[in-house]
Design a protein. Structure first.
Length: 221
């Protein structure tokens, strides 16, 4: 008898179907007003929770919510506001620097290509992927710690790197599913398949995909 989830493709299909049932709506966890404020919020979320970012950004937007206004602010002032998000010296310099570059190179607009986004200070591939998918609706699969963890627990990737996880997930799921699906995996990872609350044997999806699994799944960071 063939096992129902013995291939990556069958597991991926189940994950996609079940997560859509659990999370039919996919709101962006980071509060923002437009592509610029989304870009800054995503930058701030590095090694920080979205909840904390959402607590900090209202004060930052009150100070400056567009590149022209932000570029005029002293870096020390930006840093003072964003300190609760951690890494505030680097993040403040990046926010100030990218605001100036948006004015100088892009007429004050957030660019619409990975190459241009990743050329901005503090903007790596994951940040660019979030902006491309959520601001511009372009297919992307940003991989955060939740997605990297769950993809390994569900044996959709070997997890040897975040870049490999992204490549594997893009191959497994249809392109038109990427944008909502990456958010659904994040929601599920926060609520059910958490780092400490599930070891690959506890949550509903882990138990469904691997009913005979008894040992914790080691996770590559």
């Amino acid at each position: 008898m063939t096992k129902p989830f013995n291939t990556k493709q069958t597991r991926a299909a189940y994950v996609d179907r079940r997560l859509e049932q659990l999370y039919p709506e996919t709101p962006i966890p980071l509060d923002h007003q437009d592509p610029f404020t989304l870009l800054v919020a995503v930058l701030l979320s590095a090694q920080c929770t979205d909840k904390r970012v959402n607590q900090v950004t209202p004060q930052l937007w009150a100070l400056a919510d567009n590149p022209a206004a932000m570029a005029k602010q002293p870096i020390d002032r930006i840093q003072e506001i964003i300190r609760p998000c951690g890494l505030s010296p680097q993040k403040a310099r990046a926010i100030s620097g990218l605001s100036r570059l948006l004015l100088e190179r892009h007429g004050g607009a957030v660019p619409r290509t990975f190459e241009e986004l990743e050329s901005l200070p503090g903007v790596g591939h994951k940040t660019a992927s979030v902006v491309m998918s959520q601001a511009w609706g372009m297919p992307a699969f940003p991989v955060d710690t939740h997605i990297h963890r769950l993809a390994q627990r569900w044996k959709l990737t070997d997890g040897r790197s975040v870049e490999q996880t992204e490549r594997d997930l893009k191959r497994l799921f249809p392109e038109e599913r990427w944008n909502p699906l990456h958010l659904r995996i994040i929601y599920y990872g926060r609520e059910h398949c958490t780092a400490r609350g599930c070891d690959g044997t506890v949550c509903e999806i882990c138990r469904t995909l691997f009913p005979a699994r008894t040992k914790p799944v080691p996770i590559r960071k």
